[in-house]
Design a binder for this molecule. Structure first.
Ligand SMILES: C[S@@+](CC[C@H](N)C(=O)[O-])C[C@H]1O[C@@H](n2cnc3c(N)ncnc32)[C@H](O)[C@@H]1O
Length: 379
């Protein structure tokens, strides 16, 4: 079997979660570097990882990694890579680039050099002078860091990262990415035998991702991927990976998730999204103001929530009141574990207690903190 190198690319701060997911799928020899988790694989694994990973944004095929101090060096070493093994004569390819702390700093020039090297190689191999570019999509990335160039191709699809699961037809304002929601859940104490509550669920991303995890439904079962059209990636690789994933679905466990939001419209959207995802039976939805809680509705609950930040929704006073309610109602019950993702720096003060653990993350471009309060575990 041919060995290849892949990398699961994720948001900064989530490398450990993605690493754990890869280990659970049976991969070892994992190396982490600034949002990239590299691993040894075979071509079939392009399908397996795209379909199963929950917190990664995309899967890159690593074609080469070398030192490049001049454009000539970049051209020659790129040309040497086995482009014709992957890209068919009708392949539609684009080159993206980035450069950090490197002698070759002009990204447009690096992209154009790489494109020229790929075109030259393919023109020679296929004995053609022009390309119809009517076939499968190949997005090549030239990424130069401290003079080391990494040349990779996006197996997922340049427009549709892995956060696109296919269930979110509609969203409310400021939705979380599905990949981020899946990571927040996996960073928490929650498992399918515990009760989860998201009192500000918006379009339902956290409850739906939790239900998918609880049911062991692979997130990529209902979408397509750019590499499905690649000549080396046989159609049966994706077909078999989907069959394998479907076999692992657990429909027997009774999963209990509560999803509330003050907005009736948000609840209607969240419900529809849960239906699309096939997990509506795991989630109870209700339009409800978090401030209406007099006490926790049960013990040993897990709250994971993404309150309004004030940047796009909610006034400062309303947001403070929400933080105080979380602290006063859910923070006071020592059997509850509470997890809150927000960019609001006053959160701990309003909640009334320092978090047991914090993790810096990025929600899109917004710097956020994941505040984690650990409650007692059930006996
Ligand atoms: C940042 S959004 C949550 C987005 C959600 N995680 C998603 O992925 O779609 C915050 C949500 O809090 C809701 N909200 C604001 N004030 C509330 C309150 N007092 N009680 C319950 N929900 C509230 C808003 O309607 C909004 O849907």
């Amino acid at each position: 079997m041919e060995k290849i190198k892949l990398a699961a690319v994720c948001t900064f701060g989530l490398e450990a979660v993605v690493k754990r997911e890869l280990q659970d799928l049976g991969y070892d020899n994992l190396e982490t570097d600034n949002g990239w988790v590299y691993f040894d694989a075979e071509v079939e694994d392009i399908a397996k990882t795209n379909i199963n990973l929950r917190s990664a944004e995309r899967i890159m095929l690593i074609l080469g990694q070398f030192k490049a101090l001049s454009f000539e060096e970049l051209f020659n070493k790129t040309y040497e890579l086995p482009w014709d093994e992957w890209i068919s004569v009708d392949g539609k390819f684009t080159v993206k680039g980035k450069s950090v702390k490197s002698k070759l700093f002009s990204v447009p020039d690096c992209q154009s050099i790489v494109k020229k090297a790929v075109v030259k190689k393919l023109a020679e191999k296929y004995d053609v002078e022009w390309f119809s570019e009517s076939g499968a999509e190949f997005t090549i990335l030239v990424s130069i860091h401290k003079d080391i160039a990494t040349i990779s191709m996006d197996t997922t699809g340049s427009r549709e990262g892995l956060f696109k699961r296919g269930y979110r037809e509609k969203s409310t304002i400021a939705p979380l990415k599905e990949t981020m929601a899946a990571a927040l859940i996996q960073l928490s104490y929650w498992n399918k035998n515990r009760i989860l509550l998201d009192p500000m669920c918006g379009s339902g991303t956290i409850p739906i991702e939790a239900a998918l995890i609880g049911r062991n439904i692979a997130p990529g079962l209902n979408r397509s991927f750019a590499s499905e059209g690649w000549k080396k990636v046989k159609p049966e690789y994706f077909k078999n990976a989907k069959i394998e994933a479907r076999k692992k679905i657990d429909l027997d466990t009774d999963i209990k998730i509560y999803a509330y939001d003050i907005s009736k419209k948000a609840i209607a959207i969240a419900k529809q999204n849960a239906i699309e995802a096939g997990v509506e039976d795991c989630i109870e939805f209700e339009a409800r103001d978090i401030n209406s809680f007099g006490k926790t509705p049960f013990d040993y609950g897990i709250m994971i929530t993404n309150p309004p930040y004030g940047e796009r929704i909610g006034s400062e006073d309303e947001i403070k009141e929400i933080h105080r309610t979380i602290g006063r109602i859910f923070g006071k019950n020592e059997t509850w574990s509470n997890y809150i993702i927000t960019s609001n720096e006053e959160f701990e003060k309003d909640y009334g207690k320092k978090a047991d653990k914090k993790r810096k993350l990025f929600n899109g471009d917004v710097k956020v903190e994941y505040y984690q309060y650990f409650g007692k575990r059930p006996e």
